[in-house]
Design a protein around this ligand. Structure first.
Ligand SMILES: NC(=O)c1ccc[n+]([C@@H]2O[C@H](COP(=O)([O-])OP(=O)(O)OC[C@H]3O[C@@H](n4cnc5c(N)ncnc54)[C@H](O)[C@@H]3O)[C@@H](O)[C@H]2O)c1
Length: 385
C-alpha cells in the first residue's frame, strides 16, 4: 500500500498532529524538524521506527529531500507562510496549523502558490474537526436549523496567556489569532461559510503587559509566572471581540480572552428559524418534533440523545443533549490526518483548504484593524473557493 511520507515541523503542536499521522495506516512520519534537537529526539522516541526518522534543524534542507511527500507546519504563526511557500515550491503537500498566517497578505500569497502548484493544501483545525462541530455542522447543512441568522462564539480563559514562546505575545500573535481563530472558523463553517462583508471589533491587552494571566503548558497545574524579560515583549492583544456581518443577512458575534476575571469557556450558539443549538454540551433546541434523522445521525457519531426537558408532541419547547459526542482531542487530530491523507492519495476534495484559512484571516485581521482604527472595516474579497 502506498503511504504518504510526512515531515513534521515544530515539536509543540507537531506532536499531536505527528502522532495522528504516524497512527494513520496510509501515512508514515519519516522526518522531524525543529531548532531544538532534544525536542525532536524526545518525540521521535514515541513514533514507530524512531531510528529511521531523519531529524532536521534546517527546514530548507528538509525541503530538498525527495524522500518527503508532505509537510505538517506547526511553527509560530510568523513562520507558517515562509515555510509553506518553500514546501510548495518543492511540490510538497502542506498541512498548516492555525492561524494560516500573521497577515492577510501573507496568507493570500501562500494560498495562491499552493493552489497554482496543485499540491494538496489543508488547514489543521482541531475545533472544526471535533465531533460536536462536525455533527452540528452536518445538521446545519441538512437544514435542521432552517435559516441560521445569528451565531455567537467565544473562547475564554481565566489565566491562559502562553508563557513559553514570545512568538505568541508579539505582533502577529495574540489571543485572537491563537484562540479566537478556532471558534471563528468553526462557527463560520457551521453557518455554511457565508461571505463576510464587514466587521467591527475591540481588542487590547489588560493582563499580559502587567505580567498577569500567564500559564505554562508543561508546568505543574499549568500555572507560570512570566519573567519581566518575557512579558515586556507583549505587543499583541490578550482579548478581542467583535461582530461580523455576512452577505446572506446573517451575523456572528465572536470573543476571545487569553486572560479574564471570568470562568473559562468555549462555546458556539446557533440561532436558526427552525431550531437552535449550542456546542457544549451539544444541545438542540426546538419546538419539535425532532426529525428522526437528527437522532439517527447522532448515533452514527456514537452519541445518544438524553431525554430533554418538555419533550412532547404539542409544539412545546424540546431540548436534546447528546451524550458521548464530546470525544478525546486525539479523535480530532486523527480525523484531520485521515482527511489530509485522503486528499493526497484519493484526490478527495479538501474540506478545509488553506483558502478557508485565508477567509478566516481576513475576518480576524479586519476585527483587529477595526479595534485599531475605532470603526467598522469593510472586507474586500471574502471569496470562497
Ligand atoms: N489546537 C491547535 O490547533 C493548536 C494548539 C496550539 C498551538 N497551535 C499553533 O501551533 C503553532 C505553534 O504553537 P506551539 O504551541 O506548538 O508553540 P511551541 O513554541 O510549543 O512550538 C513551536 C516549535 O517550533 C520550533 N521552531 C521555531 N522556529 C523554527 C524554525 N525556524 N525551524 C524549525 N522549528 C522551529 C520551536 O523550536 C518550537 O519547538 C502556532 O501557530 C499555534 O497557533 C495550534
Amino acid at each position: 500500500m502506498k503511504k504518504v511520507r510526512v515531515a513534521v515541523v515544530g515539536m509543540g503542536i507537531g506532536r499531536p498532529n505527528g502522532l495522528a499521522l504516524a497512527n494513520n495506516p496510509r501515512a508514515e512520519v519519516v522526518a522531524l524538524c525543529d531548532l531544538v534537537e532534544e525536542s525532536m529526539a524526545d518525540f521521535a522516541a514515541l513514533l514507530p521506527q524512531p531510528d529511521e526518522i531523519r531529524l532536521y534543524t534546517d527546514f530548507d534542507e528538509l525541503c530538498r529531500s525527495s524522500e518527503i511527500d508532505a509537510v505538517f507546519i506547526g511553527t509560530p504563526n510568523q513562520l507558517h507562510v515562509p515555510m509553506g511557500l518553500k514546501a510548495v515550491a518543492h511540490d510538497k503537500h502542506v498541512l498548516v496549523t492555525k492561524p494560516l498566517a500573521d497577515s492577510v497578505e501573507a496568507a493570500a500569497g501562500l494560498v495562491e502558490a499552493a493552489e497554482s502548484s496543485g499540491v494538496a493544501n489543508m488547514m489543521s483545525l482541531s475545533t472544526r474537526f471535533s465531533a460536536e462541530v462536525q455533527y452540528l455542522g452536518g445538521l446545519a447543512r441538512r437544514g435542521t436549523f432552517g435559516e441560521i441568522y445569528y451565531a455567537r462564539a467565544r473562547s475564554i480563559r481565566r489565566n491562559g496567556i502562553p508563557a513559553w514562546n514570545p512568538g505568541f505575545i508579539r505582533k502577529g500573535g495574540g489571543a485572537f489569532r491563537d484562540m479566537g481563530v478556532h471558534v471563528l472558523d468553526a462557527a463560520w463553517w457551521m453557518l455554511g461559510r457565508p461571505r463576510p462583508l464587514s466587521v467591527t471589533g475591540v481588542a487590547g491587552a489588560k493582563f499580559g503587559p502587567r505580567g498577569l494571566g500567564f500559564f505554562g503548558r508543561r508546568t505543574p497545574d499549568k500555572v507560570a509566572a512570566a519573567p519581566e524579560s518575557y512579558y515586556s515583549q507583549f505587543t499583541a492583544d490578550d482579548y478581542a471581540g467583535g461582530f461580523i456581518r455576512f452577505d446572506n443577512g446573517g451575523a456572528l458575534q465572536v470573543e476571545s480572552f487569553w486572560a479574564s476575571h471570568q470562568p473559562g469557556d468555549l462555546q458556539i450558539e446557533l440561532f436558526g428559524d427552525e431550531a437552535g443549538a449550542q456546542l457544549r454540551p451539544p444541545t438542540l433546541y426546538t419546538n419539535g418534533p425532532v426529525p428522526a434523522s437528527v437522532v439517527d445521525e447522532a448515533k452514527e457519531f456514537g452519541a445518544k440523545p438524553t431525554a430533554g426537558r418538555g419533550l412532547n408532541d404539542e409544539g412545546r419547547p424540546i431540548d436534546i443533549t447528546f451524550e458521548g459526542l464530546t470525544k478525546e482531542r486525539s479523535e480530532a487530530w486523527n480525523a484531520i490526518a485521515e482527511h489530509f491523507v485522503a486528499c493526497i492519495l484519493d484526490g478527495t476534495p479538501c474540506e478545509a483548504p488553506l483558502r478557508h484559512g485565508l477567509i478566516v484571516q481576513e475576518m480576524m485581521e479586519g476585527l483587529l484593524k477595526s479595534a485599531e482604527v475605532g470603526r467598522e472595516v469593510r472586507l474586500e474579497s471574502g471569496k470562497d473557493g
